[in-house]
Design a binder for this molecule. Structure first.
Ligand code: ATP
Length: 590
């Protein structure tokens, strides 16, 4: 580490340029057919000098009017892939479209946060096209205000599926006769969240289900003469995308980045999904992505550093605390996201991490202790009040340095700037979820690090990831623990000892337990979190059940990971139920 600063900076910027060269295309926005005003706006007001590779490949296809499925790595600019062509085509309408004409484009997203994010980008994009009205509708918002906005007219509408269906059924003034585009952003997640039936009903009402496009069949009294174009976008392909493609796309074109990223201009990676001959019509009705992609090798950002923290259950909490502290000491200004499996677990860790004060000397008075986590701690999950959820989202967006504790509600699509590290404290389940979670960092060629916590009994999960081309290095835990100063001990004196007996671990565990004792509310949160965590663990599905086996859990150690000395009593029942369910077959995730 003795290199001259100038060399280091030079190397760094060279490395950064190399990282970015695989992301951007060597053409301009006007080369791919966008209107000059829009190109100028993208460049000058939004700071997008050139299109990303996926934008260069997909935008011309979207403009051509065909149904499209876009598959590209996280953080490569898929939002612009659909918003820019829609704005481009809508602003060309002669005479100009008006608000009262109703909705021309509908964008369906799985979460409220993504709804707000897409809406904000759309607002920016429409700056020069003031006559096109954007809007959003989503769960948690005031229905009557939404009704009023729909009555006035929203030309490009961003929506979550439940609330959209609600308005389609109950808001008679919602005008969508001119609907031309339906976009599914993070398509598979919409189905995973259980919106499958809602989507089918939405497509039926809108007359946009496969086989009924624009015919008015199965639709309400409103008739449709407009040519429809449906678009699906996701960083991962799986059965759910397949399912949605089957019901919503007609002869789709699939656009995706080549797996091998090079600095060459983008090769067209556009393929027509194969359809069978007409005598096999019944089968030909279905797009079989699974057959096209096999076991998909996921596109992960090449500059992303991925590591696995192998640690037994009883040491999980102190390990998490130590890693967070080490990360924040390494770089005081940075953003970190920690994914947990349940809302209760988020609430418990939020209370602990935002309140826990510390001094290496255990005799220190409260006044002498400092916050263990020296940055703002924010939580985000689906059981929070709508307004609190909004505040958390906005706050993590704008903070320079913060720690976000969240469930998978933040796993998809969210584009928080400058997130440096993703910690998957609870495992993600499907490999595709791993990809989306880590995708909140290392966006658009930026640096990023991802750490996955696994217990020694769960190590087979790494093989599961490997099947999808994802491989992780070991996290140097011992080294990190050794780096913390202890009263009366010099760094160099430390011997290699087991993690359980590591003096830093023992000291920290003791401090957490005494903090716990002093906080009555925390104990209840810990108990609730413990129970829901075990329930979620027992709810792993399919093959994952063989890796995350609830009967292999040492419940005393699980309790310790929530700072509890004993395991709460309710848990015996949960285990018993889950074992019975294990015999009966998979259960729904909690
Ligand atoms: N051409 C461009 N030039 C520079 N920045 C861009 C360009 N296009 C998009 N971006 C920026 O790239 C970031 C990632 O874009 P976006 O959120 O659309 O990615 P994504 O592919 O949809 O990711 P995910 O799969 O996680 O949803 C955003 O901050 C966006 O503003």
């Amino acid at each position: 580490m003795k290199s001259k600063p100038e060399e280091k900076d030079g190397d760094r910027s060279k490395k950064k340029d190399e990282d970015k060269s695989g992301i951007f295309a060597s053409c301009s926005f006007s080369d791919i057919g966008l209107h000059p005003t829009l190109c100028q706006h993208l460049q000058e007001r939004m700071g997008f000098e050139v299109p990303t590779q996926i934008q260069a490949q997909a935008i011309p296809v979207v403009i051509s009017g065909q149904h499209v499925l876009v598959n590209a790595a996280t953080g490569t600019g898929k939002t612009i892939v659909y918003l820019a062509p829609i704005v481009h085509l809508l602003q060309m309408y002669e005479p100009r479209i008006e608000r009262s004409h109703g909705t021309f484009a509908l964008v369906l997203v799985p979460t409220r946060e993504l709804c707000m994010q897409v809406y904000e980008i759309l607002q920016k994009l429409l700056h020069r096209f003031h006559w096109i009205v954007p809007g959003y509708i989503m769960g948690g918002e005031n229905r009557s205000k939404e009704k009023a906005r729909l009555r006035k007219g929203i030309n490009i509408l961003i929506a979550t599926p439940g609330r959209l269906l609600d308005h389609l059924r109950n808001t008679s003034s919602f005008a969508y006769e001119k609907l031309r585009w339906i976009v599914f952003d993070e398509a598979d997640r919409i189905l995973e969240l259980g919106f499958g039936k809602a989507i089918e009903e939405i497509l039926d009402i809108l007359g946009s289900r496969h086989g009924t496009f624009g015919t008015g069949e199965n639709t309400t009294a409103k008739t449709f003469n407009v040519k429809r174009q449906n678009l699906l976008l996701s960083a991962t392909l799986n059965d759910k995308v397949n399912q949605l493609a089957n019901i919503s796309l007609e002869n789709p074109i699939m656009v995706g980045l080549d797996k091998k990223i090079s600095s060459e201009p983008p090769k067209p990676s556009v393929k027509k999904i194969a359809f069978l001959e007409s005598d096999e019509e019944e089968i030909a009705e279905h797009v079989d992505l699974a057959a096209n992609v096999g076991v998909e090798s996921y596109n992960l950002p090449t500059q992303l550093i991925q590591k696995c923290v192998k640690v037994s259950c009883g040491l999980r909490l102190v390990t998490l605390l130590s890693i967070l502290r080490s990360l924040l000491e390494r770089m005081s200004s940075q953003k970190i996201v920690v994914f947990l499996s349940t809302c209760d677990a988020v609430d418990f860790h939020y209370s602990l991490l935002s309140g826990f004060r510390w001094a290496a000397n255990l005799q220190a008075t409260e006044d002498q202790k400092l916050k263990f986590i020296g940055c703002k701690v924010i939580r985000l999950h689906g059981n929070m009040q709508h307004e609190d959820r909004k505040t958390s989202y906005q706050s993590f967006n704008s903070e320079k340095s913060a720690l976000l504790l969240c469930t998978d509600v933040a796993a998809r699509g969210l584009d928080f700037p400058k997130v440096r590290c993703i910690i998957q404290y609870d495992s993600p389940g499907e490999a595709s979820e791993y990809v989306h979670r880590v995708g909140r960092t290392a966006r658009l060629g930026e640096k990023g690090e991802a750490l996955l916590f696994l217990q020694p009994v769960e190590i087979d999960y790494l093989h599961d990831l490997q099947k999808h081309g994802v491989s992780l290095k070991d996290y140097p835990l011992q080294k990190v623990l050794d780096s913390f100063p202890l009263p009366g001990q010099k760094h160099s004196n430390r011997k290699l000892i087991s993690l359980e007996m590591h003096p830093w671990v023992l000291l920290l565990q003791k401090a957490v337990e005494s903090f716990h004792i002093s906080q009555l509310k925390l104990k209840q949160l810990a108990k609730d979190a413990f129970c829901s965590w075990v329930r979620a663990y027992a709810a792993h599905r399919g093959e994952l059940k063989k890796i995350f086996m609830v009967k292999k859990l040492h419940l005393g150690h699980v309790a310790k990971s929530f700072g509890l000395k004993d395991q709460p009593s309710l848990v015996g029942k949960i285990i018993q139920n889950s074992r019975e369910e294990e015999k009966e077959g998979p259960e729904a995730t909690s």
